[in-house]
Design a protein around this ligand. Structure first.
Ligand code: NAD
Ligand code: TDX
Length: 332
């Protein structure tokens, strides 16, 4: 049995990971989360208190972080500012949390000799041409396009430097766009589902031809756990499940699954600097660690996600009005 410190465990991927670890191991978990607008304490309700403790706090708080890391066998670092549209509007919290926060954690794991896993994104590699069949690979150079992805890339570079310079036992994963339960309604798929549930129309940025490589949050979680347990410190692993779809295709599928006409969506202002396409080659993860995704049927995963939002309006409704006010002010 191990003691894991999971940062950002009240966020979308953090809570999915916590639930996956509880179901598939006997590890104990301490969650450290600042409960920003993106964190939701309700996501952790009902979990066994004997195995999960919750600490409200900031990953940039060095004293707090040092004490928590000193009590852990491993740190799994999900906490971040994560929304590209917010980063474009106000980048300062992204620099503080994603860069200074990761630095603070690295100093603590260095001091205590604790294993560290950095959860990162495929967006650090920039974007791929729509018409190409290229995919991202572990050795690709970082080329982030947005304030969000630049701060994630900067944090990943800190991790690599702490491995080489100080011998910190750290791994890094870069995953593609994830979907599933507990995702904030600001993100693409939950936004469109909750628009339809409220009797409003989905909102597609620009042409809608941009491609994202969708993976279910449970598969992201199992991949992170596999890397934590069997990955080689110092190594990078790409996580993906061969789920490329254009935004237009996803909106149309949501409309179909929710019994709406195919054209019942609005085109709105495009995102500045909008990345065209992301695609992951996860051969290394599959070949070296034996990981495979379970949710291979995107339509079935999306239908289950729609059902979850239908059944959990109490969870998402409090955030919906403020989210739509943010978008409305930007013509989105
Ligand atoms: P999220 O926005 O849903 O959750 C982030 C969590 O971090 C929230 O609970 C928030 O309260 C917490 N947090 C923010 N700042 C903090 C701070 N200073 N101290 C402590 N806690 C803080 O994000 P998510 O989608 O769950 O993403 C989690 C991680 O996975 C991020 O590092 C992100 O870059 C990465 N990632 C996400 C995706 C995706 O599709 N969602 C894909 C690849 C990688
Ligand atoms: O209303 C919308 N309409 C729309 O067309 C929203 C919210 C988004 N979009 C488009 C923009 C993107 O092409 O959908 C795509 C997905 O958008 P987001 O959900 O904002 O995700 P993205 O910017 O691709 O980044 C996500 O995946 C990688 C996460 O937010 C990141 O945290 C993660 O690192």
């Amino acid at each position: 049995m191990a003691r894991l410190l999971v940062t950002g465990g009240a966020g979308f991927l953090g809570v999915n990971f916590v639930r996956h670890v509880l179901a598939s191991t006997d590890h104990r978990i301490a969650v450290l989360d600042k409960l920003t607008y993106a964190g939701n304490r309700a996501s952790l309700e009902g979990l066994p208190e004997s195995r999960v403790t919750f600490v409200e706090g900031d990953i940039a708080d060095a004293l707090l972080v040092d004490a928590l890391v000193g009590d852990a066998d491993a740190v799994v670092h999900f906490a971040a500012e994560t929304h590209n549209d917010h980063a474009l509007a106000e980048p300062a919290p992204f620099v503080r949390t994603n860069l200074v926060g990761t630095f603070t954690l690295l100093e603590a794991v260095r001091a205590h000799g604790v294993r560290f896993h950095q959860v990162s994104t495929d967006e650090v590699y920039g974007d791929l041409a729509l018409e190409s069949s290229d995919r991202f690979h572990e050795g690709d150079a970082f080329s982030p396009s947005s304030p969000y992805s630049a701060t994630k890339a900067g944090a990943d570079l800190l991790v690599h430097a702490w491995v080489r310079s100080y011998g910190v036992h750290a791994t890094v994963s870069h995953c593609s766009n994830s979907y599933g339960p507990y995702q904030h309604v600001e993100k693409f798929i939950p936004r469109q589902i909750t628009q339809v549930l409220r009797g409003d129309r989905p909102r597609l940025y620009g042409s809608g031809e941009q491609v994202r490589d969708w993976i279910h949050a449970e598969d992201h979680s199992s991949a992170v756990l596999a890397i934590l347990e069997r990955g080689t410190p110092g190594e990078t692993y790409l996580i993906g499940a061969d789920g490329e779809r254009s935004n237009l295709e996803v909106v149309r599928l949501i409309l179909e699954l929710m019994g709406q006409p195919q054209d019942a969506f609005d085109r709105v202002a495009d995102r500045p600097g909008h990345d065209a396409r992301y695609a992951i080659d996860s051969t290394k993860l599959r070949a070296e660690l034996g990981w495979e995704p379970v949710h291979r049927d995107f339509e079935a995963g999306l239908a289950a996600t729609i059902a979850w939002y239908r059944e959990n309006e109490d969870w998402w409704a409090p955030a919906k009005n403020a989210t739509e006010a943010f978008y409305a002010a930007r013509g989105q």
